[in-house]
Write a protein that binds this ligand. Structure first.
Ligand code: ATP
Ligand code: MG
Length: 392
């Protein structure tokens, strides 16, 4: 076997009694993510996921790329397995990493020996392999403090492995260990980031999007579906529930005082999202709300909105600055799609002077004329479920 991948587990190793459950979930997730790229053997030993291609037909580059988006992994490397003796370790290190070493001016070897039966200590392995490399590669020097390149040797139970520097992994916890959440996904910058942050904590996502045709266009809907596809790179396949919201918005426009439009609309959004969430086994709602960003995101307005539902509402962006949110949106690849021009149903009937310090009683009073239950039932009946997956 020429090459394989090692994924190092993150916080999972701290989880004590639940460790096996976490590891099994990660193993299943990794195996599923590798499937489009061919036949891979996936197993976990000593808090490391091993991924071995089973034949030459495997798409190693595609698989390697996908490994960077799996939650629960802190770091990952491509490596070359070798026999557990110094000659083979040296030979494979030169064959596998020789080009990188010849480009570097200085290097060191860092070794780890989890198989304590191996006759040399970690330091002994590093000295021995380092000495042989220094002799074999012209003009390279050993520098243990600031090396340009580091060769890693790991002597594990079944084999030894050599590799170069590791890449950072996606971090977080394996998808699925933390339950399911319903993300209220708009076409903006914030909600995809909010969904990503909750997903990173091991939570499976589903999305709900409110769509007010013809006030918002098919293009606005396509944009949201594209955002969900981009999120699926990290979160895995998702369902987007697209709810027809036109009748509700028109009812609000025709029957409620303008300064409360947005607050009432948000009450409907929360109630409908909660219904779909409960139907789909989700334990919380997630929004991209951010304290003070707009009139409906004052403390008072959010309190009124939160009082519409019983499920907890998670708002992972609540205390962040826009710049910090944008940095994450760029990192996860949603930013460019989020800034495409679009209309959101929030912007359709925006009050000129929205109420920024509402009370629940005022909002209750403002929507007295509306038949909430009937409007909600009709909106739920007008919901389309769309499955999305990341497609590269
Ligand atoms: P975003 O950038 O996510 O659109 P925003 O800063 O524009 O957020 P609002 O428009 O007030 O803020 O929306 C607040 C939150 O409400 C959004 O982050 C999202 O979770 C939810 N939301 C807004 N519009 C919709 C929609 N059309 N469908 C589903 N959820 C929505
Ligand atoms: Mg928005």
């Amino acid at each position: 076997m020429n090459e394989m991948f090692l994924l190092k587990l993150g916080e999972i190793v701290l989880k004590g009694g639940n460790k096996f459950q976490f590891e099994n979930r990660l193993k299943t997730n990794v195996a599923r993510r590798m499937r489009p790229f061919g036949d891979f053997r996936v197993y976990i030993v000593q808090s490391t996921v091993y991924i071995e291609p089973e034949n030459d037909a495997c798409d190693l580059e595609g698989a390697w790329d996908a490994c960077h988006f799996i939650f629960g992994v802190v770091s990952l490397c491509r490596c070359r397995p070798c026999e557990k003796n110094l000659d083979d370790i040296f030979e494979k290190a030169m064959a596998y990493l020789g080009d990188d070493l010849r480009m570097a001016k200085s290097f060191k070897v860092e070794s780890k020996r989890s198989d304590k039966r191996f006759p040399l200590t970690s330091i002994g392995i590093s000295q021995e392999i380092g000495g042989r490399i220094a002799e074999a590669v012209e003009e390279i020097e050993v520098d243990v403090h600031h090396p340009e390149y580091t060769v890693y040797v790991e002597v594990r139970d079944h084999a030894a492995y050599v590799h170069g520097p590791a890449d950072p992994g996606a971090g977080g916890l394996p998808t699925g260990v933390g339950g399911r959440a319903m993300v209220l996904l708009s076409g903006g910058i914030d909600s995809p980031v909010a969904g990503y942050m909750i997903a990173k904590r091991g939570v499976e996502l589903e999305c709900v999007h409110f769509f007010s045709y013809p006030y918002t266009s098919e293009l606005a809907k396509d944009k949201v579906l594209e955002l969900a596809r981009l999120m699926a790179r990290y979160c895995g396949k998702m369902t987007v529930n697209v709810v027809g919201f036109t009748e509700i918005q028109e009812a609000i426009r025709d029957n409620c005082p303008e300064e409360f439009f947005t607050l009432i609309m948000r009450r409907f959004m929360m109630k409908i999202a909660e219904r779909i969430a409960l139907d789909h086994g989700c334990g919380c709602l997630v929004t991209g709300e951010n304290l003070g960003q707009v009139a409906s995101q004052t403390m008072e307005a959010m309190a009124v909105t939160a009082a519409s539902v019983d499920l907890p509402i998670f708002q992972p962006l609540i205390g962040m600055d826009k710049e910090e949110i944008v940095t994450i949106a760029r990192k996860i690849g949603t930013m460019e799609t989020s800034i495409l021009p679009y209309e959101d149903c929030c912007t359709v009937f925006t009050p000129r002077h929205p109420k920024t310090k509402p009370t629940k009683a005022q909002v209750d009073h403002a929507c007295e004329k509306l038949d909430f239950d009937a409007l909600i039932e009709r909106a739920l009946a007008d919901t389309e479920m769309i499955r999305v997956r990341y497609h590269g």
